[in-house]
Design a protein around this ligand. Structure first.
Ligand SMILES: Cc1ncc(COP(=O)(O)O)c(C=O)c1O
Length: 465
């Protein structure tokens, strides 16, 4: 792991609760890690969303926040930062990524319209479907194979996409969506060559290409490191080249842009942008703040600049690689290659005795918390199943690394907790769902264990700090 290009100035205390208290907290949370209180968590790898450490430059910039309702200086600084980094002509701030997804779907999706995409993301798909759109997975098959070492598992299957575009009248395709560092496949990048292929097809069929650019910086770094011909291209230039291939982008700025809240809808087309600004006043706020404060826009503008800093991005990706490497050395099944923002445990191989209808990834995430206060997230049947449709897709637990927050020691501790749970995996039964919300059920569903759940151990097997 490379040494971090930052040092720590402000710290936040964390404590590891005793095991009986963790069990109580887990039961009170219905075995759903989203429902734990953060005070009960020791190492929080639930998400990289809104959990980064701000830089001193971001904090200083926040002092300059212009909180004017309209015409805020901070908006124009944000607009300039987005235009410079990515080149889109129109910049619409939103409260977070799903705010941008909502506007985009309202602009382009009508009942029966198709949205071909490299795999789904939970909120992205939900907004399309709420408007009657039809989500179509056109990712390459390797995306769904945790053992495939394909370097660009975020690629679109160009043949499949061509079929979809040729079969549908162009006006029935709302847009083609391509996500950078494909979250649900394990944070896997697309190659620039593949994105160029998508671009050609969308131009040929007259369909907009929309990037989910939430993790564009790490995707650009993987292109630089893995795709021939880009080793000498500067990261900011590569990021810009990726964005140049699309017509519009949604960003959840809570990831690459290091802010606790904020998102962006970026658009090239003048008419579409005008319609988006009409919608933003209904759903988010005035177009000059779109649901976030002036000081948030200042932190975001500065965060955008830092997100193209190769040393920062490289160190971040090396943290996932370090944790993944430790787990692989110990024979623990994870998604390979290790992706951008997380290490994903393969729950099907980790808990082969738990059938997928009994939520193995949910159970494994619960066990990691119980064993060592480590919070992770289910990314399997609970997140992915569609109504009552049968589901046999990926069954993963995401150990997500917040940016600039945890040290190598924290990650080594997490590896010890995972190892301890792996050694005692026979004591983890499946779960029964006791409450199922209608939308995005993974956030708030509740479960109970189908049997004795990870017996208490006399001495905790991992070294307590
Ligand atoms: C790829 C991707 N797109 C969109 C979103 C939604 O963004 P937000 O959580 O800011 O609403 C996320 C959030 O995790 C994401 O990972």
């Amino acid at each position: 792991m490379s040494a971090p290009p930052w040092k720590i100035k402000v710290v936040e205390p964390v404590t590891l609760r005793p095991q009986p208290e963790r069990r109580q907290a887990l039961e009170a949370a219905g075995y759903n890690t989203f429902l734990l209180r953060s005070d009960d968590v020791f190492v929080d790898l639930l998400t990289d969303s809104g959990t980064s450490a701000l830089s001193q430059e971001q904090r200083a910039a926040m002092e300059l926040g212009d909180e004017a309702y309209a015409g805020s200086r901070s908006f124009f600084r944000l607009e300039g930062a987005v235009q410079e980094a990515y080149g889109y002509r129109h910049v619409i701030p939103t409260h977070q990524g799903r705010g941008a997804e909502h506007l985009l779907a309202k602009l382009l999706v009508e009942p029966g319209f198709l949205v071909p995409s490299n795999l789904y993301f939970t909120t992205s798909r939900e907004h399309v479907e709420l408007l009657g759109g039809v989500w179509i997975d056109v990712s390459i098959p390797e995306a769904s194979d945790p053992r495939s070492l394909h370097p660009f598992k975020g690629n679109v299957d160009l043949v499949a996409l061509e079929h979809v575009l040729a079969a549908a009248a162009p006006e029935r395709v709302a847009f083609v969506r391509v996500e950078a560092c494909l979250n649900m496949a394990g944070g896997q990048p697309f190659s620039l060559a593949n994105l160029e292929g998508v671009r050609e097809l969308t131009l040929a069929h007259g369909v907009p290409l929309v990037l989910d650019a939430t993790r564009i910086s790490e995707n650009a770094l993987f292109v630089k490191e893995r795709e021939a011909g880009f080793a000498d291209v500067e990261l900011p230039e590569l990021i810009h080249r990726i964005a140049d291939l699309s017509d519009a982008a949604v960003f959840s700025s809570k990831k690459d842009h290091f802010v606790p809240i904020g998102g962006v809808l970026a658009i090239d087309d003048d008419d579409l942008a005008e319609r988006a600004r009409e919608l933003v006043v209904i759903y988010e706020g005035f177009p000059h703040y779109g649901g976030i404060a002036g000081h948030d826009m200042e932190a975001l503008a500065q965060g955008i600049r830092e997100s193209a800093d190769e040393a920062i991005v490289k160190h971040y990706v090396s943290q996932s690689a370090y944790l993944g490497g430790l787990l692989l050395e110990r024979g623990i099944p994870i998604v390979e290659p290790v992706g951008a923002h997380a290490v994903f445990l393969d729950a099907k191989r980790f808990l082969p005795h738990v059938p997928q209808e009994e939520f193995p990834a949910q159970a494994l995430a619960a066990a990691l918390y119980l064993a060592g206060g480590v919070r992770s997230m289910e990314r399997g049947i609970v997140s992915g199943q569609h109504g009552d449709e049968p589901y046999d897709g990926l069954e993963l637990v995401r150990l997500t690394i917040p940016r600039r927050v945890y040290t190598q020691e924290h990650l080594a501790y997490v590896a010890d907790v995972v190892t301890d749970v792996f050694e005692r995996r026979g004591q983890i039964p499946g779960l029964r769902m006791t409450y199922e919300p209608e939308h995005l059920r993974f956030f708030q569903a509740r479960f109970e264990a189908r049997g004795a759940f990870l017996e208490p151990v006399e001495a905790v097997a991992v070294a307590e700090p």
